[in-house]
Design a protein around this ligand. Structure first.
Ligand code: NAG
Length: 185
């Protein structure tokens, strides 16, 4: 039925915007499917990739590899440095590993395949501290604008406190919901 399939596409559109706004991403390690391997050169290394990427709290790292031949071990800093695979924090060997970056700071990963870590198959990802830029620019909390003000200017980017951010977010979602409904008419 045409109506229900349109409802579905409007919902998908809405979800797309929702996830776009919440900004949680899935990052394929190395940027392609076969990247979890011994790097052919320094430039090809996963840490070279990680340095060019930006990791936020809530993002997921995704590894694609042959689970029969390799694995992903999450380890501490020392075991990362020594390529010690005997005591991992977590061990994954399902070939399609997803790890949530649930806090700021460094996350260390090494290959569980024998000898691979020593040859450079390892990764450190540093998750940035959330809201650093907000706390840097707004030392004092400012009063939240009234809802009438927000309705008048939904496109103005909020710059200060968290309640303002949330209100702005809700306003943006409301606007998108309206667009989605209009799309259905
Ligand atoms: C690897 O880690 C284990 C447990 O933490 C430790 O007992 C062992 O000595 C370490 N091996 C090497 C080669 O560092």
């Amino acid at each position: 039925m045409a109506a229900s399939s349109r409802t579905v596409s409007a919902s998908l559109l809405f979800m797309f915007f929702l996830f776009g706004f919440s900004a949680a991403k899935e990052l394929l390690v190395g940027g392609n499917v076969n990247a979890w391997k011994i790097p052919s050169s320094e430039a090809d290394s996963l840490n070279n990739w990680a340095e060019k990427s930006r990791f936020n709290v809530g993002d997921h790292l995704v590894w694609k590899y042959d689970g029969g031949k390799d694995s992903v071990l999450q380890v501490n800093r020392q075991d990362y440095a020594n390529c010690n695979s005997s005591n991992p924090i977590e061990k994954y060997s399902d070939g399609n590993t997803k790890v949530k970056l649930d806090r700021p700071g460094p996350f260390y990963f090494i290959s569980g395949a024998k000898g691979h870590c020593e040859k450079g198959q390892k990764l450190v990802v540093v998750v940035i501290t959330p809201r650093r830029r907000y706390s840097a620019v707004s030392p004092a909390p400012s009063p939240a604008p009234s809802s009438a003000e927000l309705e008048e200017s939904p496109a103005v980017a909020p710059t200060s406190s968290a309640p303002v951010l949330q209100t702005g977010f809700a306003t943006a979602l409301g606007l998108l919901a309206t667009i989605s409904v209009a799309f259905l008419m």
